[in-house]
Design a protein around this ligand. Sequence first.
Ligand SMILES: C[S@@+](CC[C@H](N)C(=O)[O-])C[C@H]1O[C@@H](n2cnc3c(N)ncnc32)[C@H](O)[C@@H]1O
Length: 390
Amino acid sequence: MRYLAVLGRQPEISIAELELSGFCTDIDRLGGTQKLAVELKQKPLEYLQSLPEGKITLGVSDYSGRASRKTATMEALKLKKILVRHGRSVRVVENKEAVLSTATSLHNGLSGKNGRKVELIKVDDAWFRVIGVQNIDAYARRDQARPARDAKVGMLPPKLAQILINLCGILPEGSRILDPFCGTGVVLQEALLMGYCAYGTDINERMIEYSKRNLEWLMKSEIIQTEGIRSLARRGRAPAARGDRPLGRGRPSVDGPAGRGPKVDNFQISIGDATSFKWSQSIDAVACEGYLGKPFSKIPSEVELKEQKQECGNIILGFLKNLSTQIKKNMPVTIAIPAWLREDGEYERLDLLDQISDLGYNVNNKSREGLLYHREDQVVARDILILRKK
Ligand SMILES: C[S@@+](CC[C@H](N)C(=O)[O-])C[C@H]1O[C@@H](n2cnc3c(N)ncnc32)[C@H](O)[C@@H]1O
């Protein structure tokens, strides 16, 4: 079976993600993949003719080198004409470009879940049918509906949090994911939705409160039921937690909401400095967005850049040093670290790989190509490191 992953602006992230996650075909789990398709075994017309009776909704995206809106539309109309001649009723989804946008595919129900609503993808002479479309509405909901948000600590998009978790590789359900810079808890949220246990620590007490509020909200919201992919809560399973010590308030930091809803003690949140904290819970993987330094709306000066590199580098190395004595051999650690836009349009990265290696980690994807995640012109980009404890 030949699969096609339609990727966004950072295709390499998704390729690494697909590979390292054992080529998972669950689009709701693959944060970086916009569409997932499988190659057709027959000609597109034969495939369409084999669809169950009733009106067909057809979308065609043409990803071939010289494709245009016109070529895609022509392919769709050609197929429609023959189908109509054979007595089938067909609606063609209008192309605004050679390829249908994710929103168009999603909102026309072309996500491969409805037998007669299909999107076909053409790449030169090969044809694929879409089996999954990124649910951009669900991602927006998970991001924007959270009660405690803070623009200053950066807004980690939920799909990037999924990518960070996926880059840890295949983990058994219920594995405990640590985010030692948990902030408002996006990685923790996505870990829970993926069926893992979440363990968050952060140096800032306000962030700890935010993470707690957000996870309590998540567990009570319908999102955990509807978007909890292999959710522990949905399966009524909740691993026993061995609580950390309290947050200075005499109550355990094992803070799943009590009372209504599924019993959830599958997340723990504690205050702690990542450069010195002793994590008391067992850890199976670490996925985090580390400290990214000051937010910048314009390119930092040389002096500012030097300061930021120093400050962020110290925290990241301090954290990795502290962590390395507390985790087992081979444990995956993925961390997004900052990189800063320069006047020449390139990003200035932190050059830490040798020191990270000396601290006892193997660096996967040493060339780090494609693992820079940013919007166009974003000053602070996220540079993803994929590590494993030696
Ligand atoms: C970029 S934010 C992470 C945001 C997070 N991904 C979220 O979902 O909101 C970095 C976080 O690192 C925390 N931080 C900074 N230095 C730290 C340290 N030494 N130990 C632990 N946390 C630290 C900050 O308080 C902040 O919440």
